[in-house]
Write a protein that binds this ligand. Structure first.
Ligand SMILES: Cc1ncc(COP(=O)(O)O)c(C=O)c1O
Length: 406
């Protein structure tokens, strides 16, 4: 009886990235080598001091009870005024249009829960952050994948024409993530505009996950909030995890027209009540920490350059220099086909035989990622040099053994 799980729960697979961390721990324990971890999805810095102090103060002052399901007004106001400064085009965002959630994942979950009925189709780019498709499946919806196009020179593009072909009478939503996990792309503003137009024209909800918006090294990031008409078709998701290195605080938010945030607050009240009280007080101080954010981005830009230069030394790997987030997504299809090995097994071999953890691209559904590896450069610069050196040495050895190449 207790093993009879619901259909909803059975539609979801566990977080497969954790498998690789587990293998790494085993290798460290058994072989005594230090495994370099390019598998992580969070900045390696502690949360900035100002933010920690504000949360400590809130705790000391006894700010430990429930808050409103929307989150506290002061934080909602801060978020509204922040996005109004960033995107001054349209009618200003009001605090009523902001709901704070326990992490951006929960923000995404509320958005899917609000709209996806069994049988509804949700268009998701391939590759994508794994949780979009899982939650859609859990709700009985159907993820419909649009393969991104890739070229070494230009990286991935959103393939708007294929997206248009995939739209059917059942299409409820399109999920967009910019800057992009796992590819590190900052998409061409024109492509984003085309998708915005398409969503408007076809009356499809555009769910825009902009959690990496501060991690832009080259190019310009186009936000859906730049469109004065965004309220007619879009839901905006962001959070504190990445920009302020606050992954464990679990704070994200949705910006959407008031009718939507109101409904989400009703869902929230029944699922988790509210986001954590004192964490929200910490997050208010985050809006005074943009100098620290700027320093972190400069540091990450340097690390990105180092990782790119080191990967370029490997003749078996093709890599496009990422422009955003903190991931590099090199193409390793030639190694995989010549060595006749799947990307998952290759990633395990890299941990066991080279002492480097990466995430195999197939974790990011569905097909495209099978020829790529995701490497996070939210890692110390010396480790980036050493880790990529190990990868390069390993692939050279592997190719020499298997195909007799030098
Ligand atoms: C694209 C994307 N969206 C959302 C999240 C979830 O963020 P949070 O920690 O705020 O739940 C992540 C985290 O890896 C992510 O990469």
């Amino acid at each position: 009886m207790l093993d009879n799980f619901s259909e909803a729960s059975m539609a979801i697979s566990g977080e497969s990235t954790l498998v690789y961390q587990e293998v790494a721990r085993k290798v460290q324990r058994e072989k005594g080598i230090r495994v370099i971890n390019f598998g992580i999805g969070q900045p390696d810095l502690p949360t900035f001091r100002k933010i920690r102090n504000a949360a400590i103060k809130a705790l000391d002052e006894g700010f430990t009870g429930y808050t409103s399901a929307y989150g506290i007004d002061e934080l909602r106001e801060k978020i509204a005024s922040h996005v109004n400064t960033l995107y001054p085009n349209g009618k200003p965002v009001k605090k009523e249009e902001v709901i704070i959630t326990p992490g951006a994942k929960t923000a995404l979950y509320l958005a899917f829960l609000l709209y996806v009925n069994p049988g509804d189709e949700v268009i998701i780019f391939d590759p994508s952050f794994y949780s979009y498709a899982e939650v859609v499946k859990m709700l009985g919806g159907k993820p419909v994948y649009v393969k991104m196009k890739w070229a070494e020179e230009t990286g991935f593009s959103l393939n708007v024409s294929e997206l248009e072909d995939k739209i059917s009478s059942k299409t409820k939503m399109i999920v967009l993530n910019n800057p992009h996990n796992p590819t590190g792309m900052v998409f061409d503003p024109k492509e984003i505009e085309n998708i915005m137009e398409l969503a408007k024209e076809k009356s499809i909800i555009l769910l825009s996950d902009e959690i990496y918006d501060y991690f832009v090294y080259d190019g310009r990031m186009k936000s859906i909030l730049e469109d004065p008409d965004w309220r007619d078709y879009a839901i905006y998701v962001n959070g504190f995890s990445k920009t302020f290195s606050m992954t464990g605080w679990r704070l994200g938010y949705v910006i959407a027209k008031e009718k939507i945030t109101k409904k989400m607050a009703e869902l929230a009240a029944n699922i988790y009540t509210c986001p954590t009280s004192f964490a929200q007080k910490g997050a208010i101080a985050a809006f005074d920490a943009f100098d620290e954010v700027k320093d972190m981005i400069s540091l990450f830009r340097r690390r990105r350059d180092v990782m790119y230069e080191e990967l370029k030394k490997n003749k078996w790997i093709k890599v496009h220099k990422s422009q955003g987030a903190f991931y590099m997504f090199p193409y390793i299809g030639e190694i995989l086909s010549r060595a006749n090995i799947q990307v998952k097994d290759f990633a395990i071999k890299l941990i066991e035989e080279a002492g480097v953890t990466t995430i195999p691209g197939e974790v990011f559904p569905l097909e495209v990622g099978k020829n790529y590896l995701r490497l996070s450069f939210a890692v110390d610069e010396n480790d980036i040099r050493e880790g990529v050196r190990r990868i390069n040495e390993f692939t050279t050895r592997l190719m020499k053994e298997i195909v007799g190449e030098r």
